[in-house]
Design a protein. Sequence first.
Lengths: 253, 206
Amino acid sequence: MDLTNLKKRIIPIILINNHQVVTSRNFSDYRVFGNLEQTIEIFNRRDVDEIIMLNISSSKKKEILDLNTLKAMSRNTLMPFSYGGGIKTLRDIEKCLNLGCDKVSLNNIIRSDNKFLYEAVKEFGSQAIIASLDYVIDNDKPFLYDHLTSKKLDIDFDDFIKSVNDKNCGEILITCVNSDGYLNGYNLSILKKYRKIINCPILVNGGCGVPLNMLSAFEEGADACGAGSIFYYTKYAYKDIKDFLKKKKIKIR
Amino acid sequence: MKKICVIDYGINNISSICKALKKINEDYVVVSEKDQIKNFSNIILPGVGSFDSGMNVMKKKGFDISLKKAASKGQFILGICLGMQLLFNKSEESIENINGLNIIKGIVSKIKSDNFNNIHVPHIGWNSIFESNTNDINLLKKEEKKDFYFVNSYYVIPENKDIIKYYFKHGKNYPAIIKDKNVIATQFHPEKSTNGLAILKKFCRF
């Protein structure tokens, strides 16, 4: 018997670089896909489950938050959406939420400031906070990755993901740098390993190329699959993916 | 003449609800002072964040008293998400052990996670709701989609079970919509989807 009717989510992750929508491979090799407003409009029309926007230029240039991007997002859409990129203070989070974001995604700041995640959860509630962890596989082991310096970090991934879970973040977004942009499937062994010890929703990201990749991730306990390139560069439309997963008895909206 | 207001008590994200009301062509006023709400027939109480931060601001601004008065005078109140939970007496989430609005008798408790069965908490995403056998409100047509957007770790336990009109299931069954006379509340966010707009529209017509 099914114990929950909660649906598995398929989340387009929109990467923004200098006000353009881009895709990447291994977190580099950026390719411009198009204009932000149009991209949002397309996903809006497809009635997607949710959207996550990650503004990589605003975190890289250490600019303040790009509020214009957020305004563009929130203007015409009812769908739930999250924003990440350049968030450095609790007031930044407040600004995002006031502009209509349902959640914010935190990445650099939770590594550089040990207390930040705890404080953000305390002030805004865990449901508003996504902890975003990028990792790179080296010798079959995951290492945290810093996209600002493009370097693997000497922080134990195991300890870090557990500490993030203990601080009661709402969800954890794990992105595999090695798989990013190659359309060869998610890293399932990492998902499988951490699914057992993480009790909040896990969003898996990096590498989705065919609907079957999402099926595999859902079967390993992912709550949501994030993806970019599959929507832009393959024949699979959002609805095709959903139809496929429904046929495979995955609970989909 | 229906007059609708949305309570802005500082910590709640009201932009989504305002956008939704615009979409269904309902006139509304955003109020941030406790005395303003007496002029409205339909009051919307949104809310995100924690129970304590919500109640502390409500009390500081005096909304706890004016909302209670509005409820007893028969003005329609719609609580959404944390706005639903604030209507109750107490919440397990409260670290400072503060009382809620005491408009509906009952408490707020935490959803239990169960990794083995894929029950993760917070409960985030689209879940379908289903009718209780005491459902006497016609909020959703049979053919309408029953999936709504939820973002919650806690759920309400009303003393009077008859006020539960719809449930959602996440490990166990939990109240999704309650209605106690002129007070209605949803655990999910009706402002986040087209089928939810139909519920908002009906509330605006009460």
